[in-house]
Write a protein that binds this ligand. Structure first.
Ligand code: GMT
Length: 400
């Protein structure tokens, strides 16, 4: 199949997942065309069946910011018409699905691709539900041939927030078991021999609650010799630095910035700590579990579909710093228990979230929407039903 993929190129989970999905599909013989504003984070080397197209934008004094969404639409249109793309898979509703929808409407009716939109979380909970984006987010979801969500929680949230006519299909995140596995690593480059390593990996947005990591770490230090390793960067990192200075523990934190090959870093951790406000799935916890590293996270959002509290990791309430510290101390001071939890975690994710399990679900969905499309080609009423053309009876109703 010829598949176009648009995603965020930065270090966030949606871009990583979309890139890994494209690579896995390419390995299975599909022709994959990425269209992004810059080279995706985990797409570094030439790969068979993979093509990377970068969007050109211009600056012009009349524009307050370059109209990227339109440039993206123009690039998707160009790639789709040149390569005969059958499925366009937009990751993150805004602006990616909106641009793909515009590109699809520009194509002649018989050459239109099926648009699949995957919701990753903040595109719905924070961006899409903001009044400024609500109507456009709802419109692109209604006009996608299929919508997928990365957890049951996100699917339910989306239906209730947007009052959608159908529930998104749930397809979970996956990890590469060859890459993310326990392996010998040189801990010494990260911490002294006597220090346990607590790792937090994120894009340091407010939803990640990174200052909670620092506050809990302060309490952990009362009982355990440890080093906190921050991986990633973003607007809240500086707040974490400020809190660490106030608490007098700034020298116990190492900031590594954005790292592409985290699979070589993760196995060095004694604990991965993700106290997010909510996580629609939790790709970092998944990758940590695959490395047999115990995870401490918050019981909020779709992460409860990934971690069973007390069995494959620990879940505490959002903002409950005392509980976070208590659980972390428990894990760090009992290596035998930590090892068993890590092993159970890997067994669990190997049973549920490998590419062999997840990729065929995407392929089956692509085949289904394609078959539906082919069966309805030419019948205008049916094209409306799968979002390929706009239903004229809805046009003036207003969606919100
Ligand atoms: O975690 C982030 O803030 C990045 C964000 C993204 O969209 O890039 O990640 C989201 O997508 C990941 C892949 O599907 C999920 O595993 C993360 O849980 C989700 N993040 C949030 O819901 C906060």
């Amino acid at each position: 199949m010829k598949i176009g993929i648009t995603c965020m190129p930065s270090a966030g989970g949606s871009g990583v997942l979309a890139t890994e999905l494209g690579l896995a599909l390419a390995d299975r013989g599909h022709e994959i065309h990425f269209v992004t504003v810059e080279q995706p984070f985990r797409l570094e080397h030439f790969r068979d069946n993979v093509f990377a197209h970068v969007v050109d934008t211009i600056t012009y004094p009349l524009f307050r910011t370059p109209p990227y969404t339109l440039a993206l639409a123009a690039k998707i249109y160009e790639v789709a018409s040149e390569h005969g793309i059958e499925i366009w898979h937009a990751h993150y509703a805004i602006p990616n699905a909106a641009s793909a929808l515009l590109a699809r409407d520009m194509l002649p009716e018989t050459e239109r691709f099926c648009l699949v939109t995957t919701l990753h979380g903040t595109d719905i909970t924070l961006v899409g539900s903001d009044p400024s984006f609500f109507s456009v987010t709802r419109h692109v979801m209604e006009r996608s041939c299929e919508i997928t969500a990365v957890s049951e929680w996100l699917a339910r949230e989306t239906v209730s927030l947007f009052d959608l006519s159908r529930k998104p299909r749930v397809i979970y995140n996956f990890f590469d078991p060859g890459k993310f596995r326990p392996r010998p690593v040189n801990r010494r480059v990260l911490a002294a021999d006597h220090e346990k390593i607590i790792m937090h990996i994120s894009n340091f947005r407010p939803v990640k609650r990174v200052t909670d990591v620092v506050r809990a770490f302060r309490k952990i230090l009362d009982r355990v010799e440890a080093r906190l390793v921050f991986v990633g960067d973003g607007p809240e990192r500086i707040s974490a630095v400020g809190v660490a200075r106030q608490l007098g523990i700034a020298d116990r934190i190492t900031h590594l910035g954005n790292i592409t090959n985290i699979e070589e870093l993760l196995p060095a951790a004694d604990l991965v700590f993700q106290p997010s406000e909510h996580e629609s799935f939790g790709l970092v916890p998944l990758e940590a579990m695959a490395c047999e590293v115990p995870v401490l996270a918050t019981a909020s959002g779709g992460i409860v579909e990934v971690i069973e509290n007390g069995v494959t990791g620990y879940l505490v309430d959002v903002g409950d710093i005392d509980a976070m510290a208590e659980r972390a101390i428990e894990i760090l001071s009992c290596p035998e228990r930590a090892r068993e939890m890590g092993q159970r975690a890997r067994r669990h994710v190997m049973e549920k979230f490998t590419p062999d399990i997840i990729i065929p679900q995407y392929e089956a969905m692509y085949a289904e929407v394609q078959a539906k499309y082919r069966a309805t080609l030419g019948a205008a009423a049916d094209l409306h039903s799968i979002g390929i053309t706009e239903d004229p009876t809805r046009r003036h109703k207003g969606y919100s």
